[in-house]
Design a binder for this molecule. Sequence first.
Ligand code: GDP
Length: 265
Amino acid sequence: GRAPLPLAALSQVLRLERSRRTGIVFPLQKLERYLAPGTDTARFRLFQPGLAALQRAEALFRSDRGHPIDYVSSAVRMDHAPPPALPEVCFIGRSNVGKSSLIRALFSLAPEVEVRVSKTPGHTKKMNFFKVGKYFTLVDMPGYGYRAPQDFVEMVEAYLQERRNLKRTFLLVDGVVGLQKTDHIAVEMLEEFGIPYVMVLTKIDRASRGVLLKNVLEIQEFIKENTQGCFPQLFLVSSVEFSGVHLLRCFVAHVTGNLPTVEAS
Ligand code: GDP
């Protein structure tokens, strides 16, 4: 197995001094102090769980004998997908956006989980299903690209349209470059299907504060003006520094119905 990252567990994050801790657990809030006075930050704090909720969520992502977390199967077609028995979330995004790294970070407290990557050109792209105990399933959707083959587009569209147990789609966007043309195509598809989704800004450790602020404000404005199904709060993550990963675990637990109450922090 892999050694867990140094900040993979909340107990490790809680040892940091306050400002660093806020940056790791609530990276969006950390940006707030750099905004012009009067900026509306209501959308920065819609999902702001307290420590107890964060800890309950972490327990879900920590495997043990009575709570296995496993890769289940891969599918290239909907009729190969496992039965829709549990609440489900899926992760989509352009190739190279940091999706496998993020899923590995989410599952870092379950080191036996293998997040497979099939990047070889021409290699069949598959949906990978992971089961988190008896609580939910997480699906790693194949990365979409500029010239995605038609059968791939059909697979993703069929999944998003038909999957009855799909509770939320996580659309990953590169935090350094912001929304790209292919991301807009994904947004249009999700809007057309009318399914709930949320945007996750990746690799935030690589963006300067100025670039990050610009991208965050632009994307939040875009969400407000142009979308119906997108959660108004952005999630910011770095799989390297582990920022935003604890909060994202908590949001996944919440949307899959595994956190009955989320008390404010
Ligand atoms: P995927 O194609 O979406 O699965 O992307 P990967 O997870 O394989 O990441 C693509 C590249 O970005 C790799 O070189 C990763 O090491 C890098 N990367 C992914 N996440 C992060 C991050 O949070 N911070 C930084 N600095 N690099 C990242």
